[in-house]
Design a protein around this ligand. Structure first.
Ligand code: ZN
Length: 104
C-alpha cells in the first residue's frame, strides 16, 4: 500500500477515493478521524490519507486524480506548492498532493 493523497479535508479525500473506485483502482482511507478532540483542529500528524492497496497502482492513481483535478472550473491561476513543487489549480487552497497550505 502507498499513500496517494493526504489532506486535512476528509471530504476531499473521500471524494478522491470515489474517483479511484470508478477507475477500478483498489484504495482505502486511513486516519479517518484526524480532529484533535481538544482543539477541534486537524492533527497534522495524522492527516486523512488516501492509499492504494497495491503499490503498482500508484502511478495510475496519480494520473487519474491529476486528470480529474486539472479538468474543470479553476477560479484562479495555478500555483506551485512550496513543499513538493506540484502545480496546484487555483481553486485549491492546499496542495492536492501533499496537503501543504498555499503560501500567501
Ligand atoms: Zn505539495
Amino acid at each position: 500500500m502507498r499513500d496517494v493523497f493526504l489532506n486535512h479535508d476528509f471530504t476531499r479525500v473521500e471524494h478522491y477515493k470515489g474517483i479511484l473506485d470508478e477507475a477500478g483502482i483498489p484504495s482505502f482511507v486511513r486516519n479517518e478521524s484526524s480532529l484533535n478532540v481538544l482543539t477541534q483542529m486537524p492533527d497534522n500528524t495524522s492527516l486523512p490519507a488516501l492509499c492504494v492497496t497495491n503499490d503498482e497502482d500508484y502511478d495510475r492513481a496519480i494520473e487519474v486524480l491529476r486528470a480529474f483535478i486539472q479538468t474543470p472550473e479553476s477560479t484562479g491561476p495555478d500555483w506551485k506548492c512550496a513543499n513538493c513543487g506540484e502545480t496546484v489549480p487555483g481553486n485549491f487552497d492546499s496542495c492536492w498532493k501533499c496537503g501543504t497550505a498555499r503560501a500567501t
